[in-house]
Write a protein that binds this ligand. Structure first.
Ligand SMILES: Nc1ncnc2c1ncn2[C@@H]1O[C@H](COP(=O)(O)OP(=O)(O)OP(=O)(O)O)[C@@H](O)[C@H]1O
Ligand SMILES: [Mg+2]
Length: 271
């Protein structure tokens, strides 16, 4: 089944350089956030991207979902070059790829009840008549394991885990081919992290979704990922099947990540 398939997202030798206002002696005005990164996300595949804070994970994710233009390199969505995006292309990308952010509070409108937040993408993309939309909204709450009563709640009335479920339901509303989840569990209480991780795992296997799962913690991506990409200083240090990267890491940096995960919590130099 997987033969001859087009990647859903193909980053071809992407670099992103930011200009900062405040230069310092060590780091002048340019930040090379991503340098020469090539990634192909195939249908149904989950790629875990790991690395320390500041290594370029979110910037890579933003290029993947069209929020950030690359400084150099090309971006393809299902074979179409979308490096230079028009409003039309951006809308198309929005239907194919959805994003789940770290903090559900920022992804949701605090003044809108859950039902309306779930309907919003359907209205924007003019999907179905209102009865179809109603049906889809009900499907979505069920899909992410929320009670129907949550539909009438404001985000602030829900728990952090429930809010992330709403954000995931919203991300799923247009039936995307891929989801990009940037640290989707790290802002959550430890007790609900596993539930959200399980929900994403279920969605990917039930719906055949592709997924980019980003975390600074290599253990978090271990079980959900088919393939793992290790990043450091904007570059890919190592990539391979999850098993292989875990059991037989080739790169020194990967070995450090695996061997000394807790040390990431105490970086030697704040950056
Ligand atoms: N808009 C921006 N302007 C300037 N510099 C930026 C911008 N966005 C990111 N950077 C810099 O680019 C580098 C990569 O940042 P990025 O957010 O991609 O890292 P990350 O791996 O997601 O980190 P974290 O784990 O902390 O989320 C960092 O040095 C960051 O300070
Ligand atoms: Mg980030």
């Amino acid at each position: 089944m997987a033969d001859q398939k087009e990647p859903i997202i193909f980053l071809d030798d992407i670099s992103v350089t930011f200009r900062t206002r405040t230069g310092s002696i060590l780091h002048p005005n340019l930040v090379h956030a991503v340098q020469g990164v090539t990634i192909k996300l195939m249908p149904g595949e989950t790629i875990g991207i790991v690395g320390e804070s500041g290594c370029g994970k979110s910037t890579t994710a933003n290029v993947m979902c069209g929020l950030q233009s690359p400084t150099s390199g090309h971006v393809y969505f299902q074979g179409t070059d979308v490096t230079k995006r028009t409003a039309d292309l951006r809308k198309k990308i929005g239907r194919v790829v959805s994003v789940v952010f770290q903090d559900p509070a920022t992804a949701l409108n605090p003044r809108m009840v859950v039902r309306d937040q779930l309907q919003d993408p359907l209205l924007v993309h003019k999907v179905g008549a209102s009865a179809d939309q109603e049906r889809r909204i009900n499907e979505l709450v069920e899909l992410v394991g929320l009670p129907k009563s949550a539909l009438r709640a404001l985000p602030g009335q829900l728990s952090g885990g429930q809010r992330q479920r709403v954000a995931i339901a919203r991300a799923m509303s247009l039936n995307p081919s891929a989801i990009i989840a940037d640290e989707p569990t790290s802002a959550l209480d430890v007790s609900v992290r596993a539930q959200i991780l399980n929900l994403l795992t279920d969605l990917k296997s039930e719906l055949g979704l592709s997924m980019i799962f980003i975390s600074h913690d290599i253990q978090t991506v271990r079980y959900i990922s088919d393939r793992i990409i290790v990043m450091n200083h904007g570059q890919i240090m190592e990539q391979g099947p999850a098993q292989q990267v875990f059991n037989d890491p080739q790169d020194e940096y990967t070995k450090t990540l695996l061997g000394a995960a807790p040390s990431l919590l105490h970086p030697k130099i704040g950056r």
